[in-house]
Design a protein around this ligand. Structure first.
Ligand SMILES: Cc1cc2nc3c(=O)[nH]c(=O)nc-3n(C[C@H](O)[C@H](O)[C@H](O)COP(=O)(O)OP(=O)(O)OC[C@H]3O[C@@H](n4cnc5c(N)ncnc54)[C@H](O)[C@@H]3O)c2cc1C
Length: 197
């Protein structure tokens, strides 16, 4: 990534890293999202409020589970942050004269890197629908019919890919999804090459 002052010079660039970790939704996750005062931040805890014992656990898990070089990256990070990752889908994107676009409608797991493309595709589709229909309501219905299918497909795709990448497979369906991507070629094909959405 570009560094200070948007510099891309060697020595001034930065990098970021993401470590995906599975957690139990009913007890572990609320524990991680609870600050020192006992408040639970269900949709994501502000980085400065992550408890010291949670940060210490991240460091010890890194030392235990990761290669030393990766563990060092984790332990040298002054202020790690984390956020829960959920799938979000909606059955429709139009409600009379109101429409949902982008992340407001569908949120896929990050592995497939489709969030921006999906949001832009929604924007293009809604402009096209508004230009092609006499009433706003009819335009938004047509837009919704078209883009719900795309949103569903992207979320479903990311779920399959996510099953391959998560360390713990919870059930037979997870295992079946993971099998589909069990080669480096499949992962590269699905994450590194653009898809026509
Ligand atoms: C850390 C991270 C990394 C990501 N990496 C990638 C990636 O590599 N590739 C990729 O394709 N996608 C990536 N995404 C996902 C991508 O950023 C989103 O899918 C995309 O930005 C969704 O676009 P959007 O227009 O729907 O929403 P947003 O980009 O979130 O835009 C919503 C806007 O609404 C504004 N807003 C919110 N509330 C109000 C209000 N009440 N009044 C007025 N304005 C308001 C917000 O400030 C924001 O500007 C990443 C997301 C995150 C968080």
């Amino acid at each position: 990534m570009a560094g200070e002052g948007n510099s891309t010079e060697a020595g001034q660039r930065r990098y970021n890293f993401v470590w995906y970790r599975a957690t139990r939704e009913h007890d572990e996750l609320p524990h991680l999202l609870t600050d020192a005062t006992g408040k639970v931040w269900a949709n994501g805890i502000p980085p400065g409020l992550i408890r010291p014992d949670v940060l210490a656990d991240i460091e010890s898990a890194a030392a235990e589970l990761l290669a030393p070089q990766f563990a060092e990256i984790v332990t040298r990070t002054a202020q790690p942050l984390f956020q829960p990752i959920f799938d979000l889908t909606v059955p429709r994107m139009a409600f009379g004269r109101i429409a949902l676009l982008g992340d407001a409608a569908f949120v896929a797991r990050p592995h497939c890197g489709m969030g921006v493309t999906k949001a832009a595709g929604d924007a293009v589709a809604i402009v096209r629908a508004l230009a092609g229909h006499a009433s706003v309501e009819a335009a938004l219905e047509a837009y919704s019919d078209e883009r719900v299918q795309v949103g569903q497909a992207i979320v479903e795709h990311a779920r399959h890919l996510g099953a391959y990448m998560q360390a713990q497979l919870r059930n037979d369906q997870d295992r079946e999804m993971a099998e589909r991507y069990r080669t480096p070629e499949a992962v590269m094909r699905e994450t590194a090459v653009s898809r026509p959405f």
